[in-house]
Ligand binder design. Structure first.
Ligand SMILES: NC(=O)c1ccc[n+]([C@@H]2O[C@H](COP(=O)([O-])OP(=O)(O)OC[C@H]3O[C@@H](n4cnc5c(N)ncnc54)[C@H](OP(=O)(O)O)[C@@H]3O)[C@@H](O)[C@H]2O)c1
Length: 430
C-alpha cells in the first residue's frame, strides 16, 4: 500500500478535535481521494487529561508542540492553537525548518506574518496551507487561487464574520438592540466571552488581508485595512435600512485601483436583492469580480468544528496528493508591495440618521451644511412630526467623498438642534 501521509496536530480544541473526528469518520473516503491513507501520529495541547470527545490514546502525546513540530514522525503539521505569535508561530516555523508541510486555520498569525511565513515555506520547500483561516468551510482560497486563476480580479467583497452576521440578522428579525442580541449570541456559543475581535471587525480584517493577498498577488497588509465594527449599529438604523430597500451587513471589501488596494471592513447597507444581502445568520458569503468570469458568489458556514475541519482536511488531501500551490497564489518573491489606500480616498453614497429637535429651520441648516460640503442628497425621510421633540431624520446621499462626508458630519454635529452624533453608514451598490 502507498505510504500514509503522517500528520501531527498541535491544538486539540474546537478545530483540532473536529479535525480528528473528521479524519476518523471519513478515513476510507479520504484514503481514496488522497490516493493514500491520512494517518495522525502525534498530538499536542496544553492539558493532556482534557476530554476531547475523541480518543487520542493511539497517538504520541507531546507536551511541547514546538518540539513535536520539529521531531515527530510526520510529513505535515497542523497548527490549530491560535494567536498571532507565541506557540502558534513557533510551531509553524519549526515544522517548516524540519521540512514538514504546515496546515493552519490561524488568520491572526497569517494576517500579520503571512508574507514572511510564505517566504519561509518556499525556502524550506514545503506547503503552507490555510483554507480554514478565511471563511471556514467555504473553499474560497482554492477558488481564488485555482478556479479563478485565469482572471484579473478587481474586487472581493464578503461577509467574513459569522458572529456579526448572526447579530445583525437577529437584530433585523426581532427588532432587538445590539447588546441584547450579543448577550444571546454569547449564551448560544455564537460569540466569544470576549467578543472584541469579532464585533470590532478585527477578525474580518484579518481574513480580508489574506483574501486581498491571494486576489491581487500582493503582500499581506493587515495594517492597511480600515476597520470599523458593528457596536454602533442600532435597531432603528436596521429598520430604516429596510424601509429604504437595504440590509446592513459587516462587509470586508478589497478593491484594486490603478494606484493601490482599497481594503476596508465596516458596516454597509447593501440592496436587499443583492446576493450578499441573502447571506444570513452565522453564514459567510463572498462575491468576487473577475475580468473574464464576471461575478462569482460563494456562501457557506464560516466557522465551527465541522466546517473548519472540512477546510483543514481539504488542505491535507492536497498535500497527500502532491498538489502544491504557492501560499498566496504566486511565488512569495513575486508578491507585490502594493500600497493600501487610506479610507479618505473612499467615494460612495451614504446613509445618515440625525436626531434633531423638530422645529422650523432645522432642516435648512442641515441642508446648507451639506451644500457647503458639495454633498447632494438622494432622499430625505422624516417619519413623524413632533414639534419641539427630538425626532429622527434620515438622509441618503449621492456619491460623495469620505473626506467631504466626515467634514459635513462634524459640522452637522455642531448645529444646536442636532442632539446626537450623526449615525452614518456607507452604502454599497451590491
Ligand atoms: N473555532 C472556529 O470555529 C474556528 C474557525 C476558523 C478558524 N479557527 C482558528 O483555528 C485555530 C484554533 O481555534 P479553536 O477554536 O480550535 O481554539 P481552541 O478551541 O481555543 O483550541 C486551542 C487549542 O490549542 C491548545 N493550545 C493552547 N496553547 C498551546 C500550546 N502552547 N501548545 C500546544 N497546544 C496549545 C489548547 O490546549 P487545551 O485544550 O489543552 O487548552 C487547545 O486544545 C485558531 O487560530 C482560530 O482562529 C477557529
Amino acid at each position: 500500500m502507498t505510504e500514509p501521509l503522517r500528520i501531527a496536530i498541535a491544538g486539540l480544541g474546537t478545530v483540532g478535535s473536529g479535525t480528528l473526528r473528521l479524519l476518523a469518520e471519513q478515513a476510507e473516503l479520504l484514503s481514496l481521494r488522497a490516493g493514500r491513507p491520512l494517518r495522525v501520529t502525534a498530538v499536542s495541547a496544553r492539558s493532556r487529561g482534557a476530554d476531547r470527545g475523541v480518543d487520542i490514546s493511539g497517538f504520541a502525546w507531546h507536551d511541547d508542540a514546538v518540539e513535536m513540530a520539529r521531531s515527530a514522525d510526520c510529513h505535515a503539521v497542523l497548527e490549530l492553537i491560535g494567536g498571532s505569535d507565541g506557540a502558534a508561530k513557533a510551531v509553524c516555523e519549526a515544522a517548516m525548518e524540519a521540512g514538514r508541510h504546515v496546515v493552519t486555520a490561524n488568520k491572526a498569525m497569517l494576517a500579520i506574518h503571512g508574507t514572511v511565513l510564505a517566504r519561509k515555506a518556499e525556502e524550506c520547500g514545503v506547503t503552507l496551507a490555510y483554507e480554514g483561516a478565511v471563511a471556514g468551510g467555504i473553499p474560497v482560497i482554492r477558488a481564488l487561487r485555482e478556479g479563478l486563476a485565469g482572471n484579473r480580479l478587481s474586487r472581493v467583497q464578503g461577509i467574513l464574520n459569522g458572529t456579526c452576521n448572526y447579530i445583525l440578522t437577529s437584530m433585523r428579525e426581532t427588532g432587538r438592540d445590539f447588546a441584547d442580541v450579543l448577550a444571546e449570541a454569547q449564551s448560544l456559543g455564537y460569540a466569544e466571552a470576549d467578543p472584541t475581535f469579532d464585533i470590532d471587525g478585527v477578525d474580518a480584517a484579518h481574513k480580508l488581508a489574506l483574501l486581498s493577498a491571494v486576489a491581487f498577488g500582493a503582500e499581506v497588509d493587515f495594517a492597511g485595512v480600515y476597520t470599523e465594527g458593528i457596536r454602533n449599529i442600532t435597531s432603528m438604523d436596521i429598520q430604516y435600512a429596510e424601509e429604504l430597500g437595504y440590509r446592513i451587513k459587516l462587509l470586508g471589501i478589497a478593491e484594486m485601483n490603478h494606484d493601490g488596494i482599497h481594503q476596508r471592513v465596516h458596516p454597509a447597507m447593501v440592496p436587499s436583492d443583492a446576493p450578499i444581502a441573502a447571506v444570513e445568520g452565522v453564514f459567510n458569503g463572498i462575491v468576487t469580480e473577475g475580468d473574464f468570469v464576471g461575478t462569482t458568489v460563494l456562501e457557506g458556514r464560516g466557522a465551527g468544528a465541522g466546517p473548519t475541519a472540512s477546510a483543514v482536511v481539504g488542505d491535507l488531501v492536497d498535500i497527500a496528493c502532491g498538489r502544491h500551490a504557492p501560499t498566496f497564489g504566486v511565488p512569495a518573491s513575486a508578491l507585490r508591495a502594493i500600497p493600501s489606500l487610506p479610507m479618505d480616498r473612499h467615494v460612495g453614497p451614504y446613509y445618515v440618521r440625525l436626531m434633531v429637535i423638530d422645529r422650523p429651520g432645522v432642516f435648512a441648516d442641515i441642508a446648507a451644511t451639506l451644500r457647503d460640503a458639495e454633498i447632494s442628497f438622494e432622499s430625505v425621510l422624516q417619519r413623524s412630526r413632533a414639534p419641539g421633540d427630538v425626532v429622527p431624520v434620515v438622509l441618503t446621499t449621492h456619491e460623495t467623498s469620505e473626506v467631504a462626508m466626515q467634514r459635513a458630519l462634524a459640522d452637522i454635529e455642531n448645529i444646536q438642534a442636532v442632539r446626537e452624533a450623526p449615525h452614518m453608514i456607507r452604502i454599497e451598490r451590491g
